[in-house]
Design a protein around this ligand. Structure first.
Ligand SMILES: Cc1cc2nc3c(=O)[nH]c(=O)nc-3n(C[C@H](O)[C@H](O)[C@H](O)COP(=O)(O)OP(=O)(O)OC[C@H]3O[C@@H](n4cnc5c(N)ncnc54)[C@H](O)[C@@H]3O)c2cc1C
Length: 449
């Protein structure tokens, strides 16, 4: 019977749903997962919010807990840093970390999702495809899913909403609990394009990097895929003066725009005109809620609770961290309300911190990565890290290669930014840095981690 106390019903077999199902089934929970789409292993992957994603230490750690890291990494492409393509001049690689132990991985969303579904099923989770959550009777604890032209009522003990940014469960909880939902839409959107493999089957540009073409208010990025192609994403304003999606509408408009602003990509994107017209322009936003759960009956995780803009490459990583944290809370508390409350108390400040850092990183990526002052501060960051390895840890490292709480990473990053700004003010090289003052600021303001 579905309503025993160690039974959990997950809505959404996307990234968080698949991982959470695995972690809980491993711990002896009886798990049912309902997904509105068909089984991607039978019908092919129906597409998600992006074709590929950057996996970093937080997500990798969660995959290790589920025993799914090996399968996922087999098909991942290592990215050592950002390859910055200025409008004029030669591309240059800015490493993310100190060496190849500090890298991120480009992974295909569909392949990752399939690995997670396989893992969940192999641990005994029951997956139900073509079942879209439609309505919930929270008093009788019956969730009704639609599919195959019929209603499928499902008695539940508790519901976990891993049904993404447009969560249906969230909408159904709203009349019963003060979620106070606010979505802040970015006035910029995105469109995906493709750099196919070269004629000899290899990569057309450096494989082991995340490529960025920063252009001030807009940018292109490209992430490698193991099929030797790259998924290119153009980010720019929806409306307003040229260039914007409102002013660049047709394939010919796109061709002229790329000739002007991204000329080195033109020989790489042979289907630019066709892809620009055929592929959707998608929205980006940040979702804030006051509360993520309805007593012991329902809880939201991942994008359903805290969708964010993708500029730190952390939405999935954060959703995976949620899954590990929730599994831990369920280990620690017999009472579901207590587990959900503890989960929300722990994770909400962290989700809000990475949401803020993700918004800030858009400006860094599109506008600062080829700026001399920014590069000087990155140089100083590394120098201070070498002088104070326990205390001064670069912002990107804390977010990407460590698992310290996002809220702590944000707090320390803000302190560090001031130290960097103060120490480099008016300078164009590290020669003039007042090292005594910089060292003193580090010692005084940053406790060892
Ligand atoms: C352009 C872009 C690039 C990104 N790049 C990165 C990156 O590099 N690194 C990173 O960490 N994150 C990245 N993200 C964020 C990442 O995509 C999300 O944070 C992640 O997908 C969240 O996982 P989730 O399981 O919460 O939601 P989703 O992956 O959206 O999964 C939700 C699932 O629920 C199902 N569902 C929805 N409604 C129902 C219903 N009513 N009934 C049943 N099932 C339902 C959906 O079909 C889907 O399978 C990016 C996002 C975007 C938009």
């Amino acid at each position: 019977m579905a309503t025993n106390s160690k039974h959990i019903t997950i809505v959404g077999a996307g990234l968080a749903g698949g991982l959470l199902a695995t972690l809980l089934a491993q711990r002896g929970w009886s798990v049912d997962v309902f997904e509105r789409r068909g089984d991607p292993r039978k019908h092919g992957y129906a597409g998600g919010r992006s074709i590929n994603l950057a996996l970093a230490e937080r997500g990798l750690h969660a995959l290790r807990q589920a025993g799914a890291d090996g399968e996922v990494l087999k098909r991942a492409v290592m990215m050592r840093g950002r390859m910055v393509h200025p409008l004029h001049g030669t591309p240059s690689l800015q490493r993310y970390g100190r060496d190849d132990s500090e890298v991120i991985w480009s992974i295909d969303r569909g392949e990752l999702n399939i690995s997670l579904l396989d893992a969940a099923e192999s641990h005994g989770a029951r997956l139900h495809f073509d079942r879209r959550l439609d309505h919930v009777d929270f008093n009788a604890r019956i969730a009704t899913f639609k599919g195959d032209a019929a209603d499928h009522p499902h008695p539940f003990n508790t519901l976990i909403g891993a049904d993404g940014a447009g969560s249906t469960l969230r909408g159904l909880m709203a009349p019963l609990v003060a979620l106070n939902e606010r979505s802040e839409w970015l006035d910029h959107g995105y469109k995906e394009l493709e750099i196919p493999p070269a004629n000899d089957g290899g990569f057309r540009i450096e494989a082991n990097a995340l490529h960025i073409w920063p252009r001030g208010h807009y940018m292109c990025i490209a992430l490698p895929n193991d099929e030797r192609n790259f998924t290119v994403t153009l980010f720019m304003p929806h409306e307003g003066a040229y260039p914007s999606f409102a002013t660049i509408k047709t394939g010919d408009d796109a061709q002229a725009f790329f000739e002007r602003d991204f000329p080195d990509t033109l020989p790489l994107i042979p289907e630019l005109r066709e892809d620009f017209e055929a592929n959707p322009t998608s929205m980006l936003g940040t979702l804030y809620l006051d509360c993520w759960h309805l007593d012991n009956r329902a809880l939201l995780i991942g994008d359903a609770a805290h969708a964010m803009v993708p500029f730190h490459g952390q939405g999935m990583n954060c959703a995976f961290e949620d899954c590990v944290a929730l599994a831990d809370m369920l280990d620690q508390h017999d009472d579901l309300t207590a587990a959900f409350t503890a989960f929300e108390t722990l994770r909400k400040p962290d989700a809000e911190a990475i949401q803020q850092m993700a918004l800030e990183n858009y400006i860094e990526m599109r506008d600062k990565v080829d700026d001399a002052q920014f590069l000087l501060q990155r140089e100083l960051e590394l120098a201070l890290q070498a002088r104070h390895p326990e205390r001064f840890i670069p912002h990107y490292t804390m977010v990407t290669f460590m698992r310290i709480r996002y809220s702590l990473a944000l707090k320390r990053s803000e302190i560090q930014r001031h130290i960097l700004e103060d120490a480099t003010r008016g300078l164009d090289s590290l020669n003039g840095v007042d090292w005594d003052a910089a060292d003193a600021a580090v010692m005084e303001q940053l406790q060892p981690l």
